[in-house]
Design a protein around this ligand. Sequence first.
Ligand code: SF4
Length: 239
Amino acid sequence: MTTSKKTHKSNRPSSMCAKCPTVACTPPIKANDVLNIEKAPDFCPMKVMPEVLDGALSEYDTPGVREFARLASLQEFECYEQLPDGRRTKNPRILELIQFAQKCGYKRLGLAFCGGLAKEARMLTKILENKGFEVVSVRCKVGATSKERIGIKPEEKIRGPENWETMCNPITQAEVMNTEKVDFAVMLGLCIGHDTLFIKYCRVPMTVIAVKDRVTGHNPLAALYLSDSYYARLKTKVE
Ligand code: SF4
């Protein structure tokens, strides 16, 4: 049985959609049927924090936000096609990026990439340029600043204590994107935490084309799919 947990900040249950047994928010009903959320579990945010949902929904009344959300949903729709034998998907994310940027009327794209994916950055730049975009790009090591600047000790350097190591500089990457006034920034392969800082400081619209995963070809879900077998250690419970 799924149980709800209390947060340390309030008595209300924390939202746990990932454990939802009913998914009452996505009922298999017709367009004109009445939606009933009574079947939603007690931890459902629709029940627990309706004022938060109301506030968030009202944000879509902001004209630019509403249009952006509409175009995103349109993009989602266009990733499927209806065939005689059923619905199927058709667009890889790179194509989606191109189509969505075109929908939004973006001309100048920004690529914030990890040095470990420099080849991919060059390939993606070429693809985007061939589709008519101007592409501004900035590598994670921009700034050429030593890792010691943020308190990394010699023995914590990947290349060894005796070698120079440039720190990843996602804040500068974000500020370059902001200064270049790109229409849309695209994150390519930034590490965990570095991506967090990039997102925090980036003030232009942004999306992610790929996240860093050094052992799965940048496909973190591969380890999840193997967590019943080769990566079973992922499921080991902390005592
Ligand atoms: S919103 Fe409510 S009904 Fe939907 S998945 Fe989350 S808990 Fe379940």
